[in-house]
Design a binder for this molecule. Structure first.
Ligand code: PLP
Length: 738
């Protein structure tokens, strides 16, 4: 059963709201503008809901318009305020120069300000009001700038953090200013008394779907005497302030919610909500040691918790929670598709890791108390799954140690190569950001560390090899050279496999590849930055050896051949791995030097030219090479579950901790395998050697994201029938699709 904890994005529809909407559609479908009986009934309902809304919002005077939602309300308010400024200027009056909005405001507000400012030709300066570390407006700043402001927009409570604004403080800061004041009341509706009239708020938009009404209905309060310009002109509905036939089903549903608010009994009181949140906070702290809250609870809505867990990205946690049937989000729903740090937390000045890892848990005031207890149990189950997979300390027994695991930080890759039986392992290219996670992981797997290797002395980051070596038992570790290779050994034995090294000066003088051999021959090579998917490592560092690069590439070809799997030191486009054959087809320079068309000097010259103006990567890290093939394949890789054909292989690429929390039912005739994205490369040597390239490979994950990456990566490696199941497990049929 799904436990929905994303109420700040939207809420389910309250049963009485559903019933009210259905009754309107079934029986009272009249148009409130009609003057016959059906119309009069609709009009009475409309007026009744408006009256209830006035009481609930404590807005006895002014206009209260029904809208399609808060975004429309915001547009109308901004248009009204800005059009009034335009008219004043047209009449020859000097108008204030600033339009201000809180730095943590919902995107709809600054976007509306910019849009109408440009469209009305005002060209005023749109500026963010800074917020402090707790997300509250800097009132001193506001006081200083209020005299120059024409419009000030400040939300009542934040959708990501739940932080409640100091509206009295803002009102005081605006005293004496002619600025109009918009308060986005979306997240406060039903949770906080807004005292609209008393505080002198000019505009306040609200949205039904944040409080158990359906999507597509909202309210806009406009203070009596505040300037108004209709956004929509037409049939003259809503006293000509908002034309268009009213959304009667939505309005009836909103009316039912407002009545429930007024009468009590449906929504839990604030003290009870606080107690529920405290239970959730305790469950979270117990599950994730080190968890930090991104906003103080005492300043936040009692239904919102925003937190980060050191060592875990927001995506990782959301995948984990989703597998446990817990629906949380990484911030605002509007930004959920973009894997970017939260603007809100950035504006609060929180450390980068916290803003990138933030998760929002928000529940509804009408939720059942038992739901919160069930959520707490599932959070504990999530932590157990992480422990069992070595991602958190505390596993009772060591988990399965995969033969190959890949860890990625901002496009940089680290690999653990292991023998699952003897637990002997080698870490290649450890990254400082990964040290705590790797240590936990290696200890939980009772891994016996043979060596910590670097493929080169890194220009862009420090290696954390020394920290790992120090922290782990030295049972198998031996004195090593600067890249970590044990001085006395020709090969490192990993059970039936063994590792050798191949010097490849170029990217740096000490660049080295590590070749993994098995009983059947060479399996793969960790090549660092010498060959990357779509690029060659740059060779313009002081420690580079550009003149030797060409020879090194030919040496690599000789040693591994065209089709051996190469694991790169960076993988910005999620290509997972490459081969020399694939890269020759994508990179003319590489093909030139390997085919002999370019000699070493010509290659070095052409390469230097390519690297002349290398900018930083999308992660703002130093680029490790000039990317010549960075476009994602544009061919569609998605198909629906019903299109799976017998004879193919269905691969679940979710991580082991997700798989522990729930598996998908396999469809008839298509064998299914769990092969996490972080372990997928382990399978590729066998697939490259044995699998016909036209074998249908169907990848599935939680939402279709990772499976699409896997499908594209496999297509690039020559598997033309690699597909991603669209929508992932979220849309996967509960039973087999056919
Ligand atoms: N303002 C805030 C604070 C919100 O949380 C939202 C919705 O996420 C909006 C405005 C936009 O509301 P609507 O979806 O009704 O357009």
């Amino acid at each position: 059963m799904e436990i929905y904890l994303d109420a700040n994005a939207t809420t389910p529809v309250l049963p009485q709201a559903r019933a009210a909407a259905l009754a309107v559609m079934a029986e009272a479908f009249g148009n409130p503008s009609s003057i016959h009986g059906a119309g009069l009934k609709a009009r009475a309902l409309l007026d009744g809901v408006r009256a209830t809304a006035r009481r609930v919002l404590q807005a006895p005077s002014g206009q209260l318009l029904f809208t399609s939602g808060a975004t429309e309300g915001i547009q109308t308010a901004v248009l009204s305020a800005l059009n009034a400024l335009r008219e004043r200027r047209a009449a020859g009056e000097a108008i204030p120069a600033l339009l201000l909005y809180g730095a943590t405001e919902h995107k709809a507000v600054p976007e509306a300000l910019r849009h109408w400012n440009a469209l009305l030709g005002l060209s005023l300066e749109v500026r963010a009001i800074p917020v402090g570390p707790y997300g509250r407006h800097d009132l001193a700043w506001l006081r200083a700038h209020a005299p120059q402001a024409g419009l000030v927009c400040t939300m009542a409570a934040n959708n990501e953090t739940g932080v409640i604004s100091d509206l009295d403080g803002i009102a005081a800061a605006l005293a004496g200013s002619s600025a109009l004041w918009l308060v986005d009341g979306v997240q406060a509706l039903g949770k906080l008394p807004l005292r609209l009239l008393e505080r002198g708020i000019d505009y306040a938009p609200f949205s039904g779907h944040k409080l158990y009404a359906p999507k597509g209905v909202g309210l806009l309060y406009v203070r009596e005497g505040a300037p108004f310009t209709p956004l929509m002109a037409g049939g003259g509905q809503e006293g000509s302030l908002r034309s268009g036939t009213e959304n009667m089903a939505g309005i009836a549903a909103l009316g039912a919610v407002l009545s429930a608010l007024e009468q009590g009994g449906v929504f839990a009181p604030a003290a009870e909500l606080q107690a529920r949140r405290e239970r959730l906070a305790q469950a979270l702290r117990a599950a994730f040691p080190g968890l930090v809250l991104n906003a103080p609870l005492e300043l936040s809505l009692p239904t919102t918790l925003n937190f980060s867990v050191p060592g875990f990205s927001a995506r990782q946690l959301l995948d984990l929670f989703d597998a446990a049937g817990l629906r949380l989000s990484g911030g605002s729903a509007c930004g959920a598709a973009r894997a970017q740090p939260s603007d809100v937390l950035q504006a609060m000045g929180l450390p980068a890791w916290q803003t990138a890892a933030a998760v929002r848990l928000s529940f509804g005031a009408a939720d059942d108390a038992a739901l919160i207890d069930a959520a707490c149990s599932r959070l504990a189950a999530c932590a157990q799954a992480l422990q069992a997979c070595g991602e958190l300390p505390g596993a009772a027994t060591p988990g399965r140690l995969p033969a190959l695991t890949r860890f990625v930080v901002d496009g940089a890759c680290c690999y653990v190569l292991a023998d699952p039986d003897s637990r002997r392992c080698v870490v290649v290219d450890p990254l400082p950001e990964l040290t705590p996670r790797l240590l936990t992981w290696l200890r939980a797997h009772q891994a016996r560390l043979l060596a910590v290797l670097d493929t080169h002395s890194h220009g862009d980051h420090a290696s954390s090899a020394a920290e790992l070596r120090q922290a782990l038992p030295a049972e198998l570790l031996q004195p090593a050279d600067t890249l970590g290779w044990p001085q006395s050994l020709q090969a490192l034995e990993l059970g039936a496999s063994w590792l050798t090294r191949l010097p490849l000066p170029g990217h740096t003088e000490d660049s080295t590849a590590y070749l993994l051999h098995g009983p059947q021959g060479l399996r793969l090579a960790c090549v660092g930055d010498t060959v990357l998917p779509g690029a060659l490592g740059r060779s313009d560092f002081a420690q580079s050896a550009p003149a030797a690069y060409g020879t090194s590439l030919r040496t690599l070809l000789q040693a591994v051949g065209p089709h051996t799997l190469l694991l790169p030191g960076h993988d910005y486009e999620h290509r997972l791995a490459c081969t020399l054959a694939v890269e020759r087809a994508a990179q003319p320079l590489l093909d030139g030097v390997l085919s002999g068309q370019l000699d070493d000097a010509g290659f070095a010259r052409a390469k230097a030219q390519l690297e002349q103006h290398l900018g930083p990567t999308e992660y703002q890290t130093l680029a490790c090479g000039a990317r010549v093939d960075c476009a994602q394949g544009s061919e569609p890789v998605e198909l629906v579950a019903a299109a799976l054909q017998p004879g193919g292989l269905l691969v679940d690429v979710r991580e082991p901790y997700e798989q522990r929390l729930g598996t998908a039912p396999a469809p008839a005739g298509v064998p299914m395998r769990a092969l996490p994205w972080s372990e997928l490369a382990a399978e590729l040597p066998d697939w490259l050697a044995e699998l016909p390239r036209q074998t249908p490979l169907y990848f599935i994950c939680r939402s279709g994201n990772r499976s699409a990456l896997a499908a594209r990566a496999l297509r690039r490696l020559g598997f033309g029938q690699a597909w991603s199941v669209a929508g992932g497990l979220a849309l996967w049929p509960a039973r087999e699709p056919r």
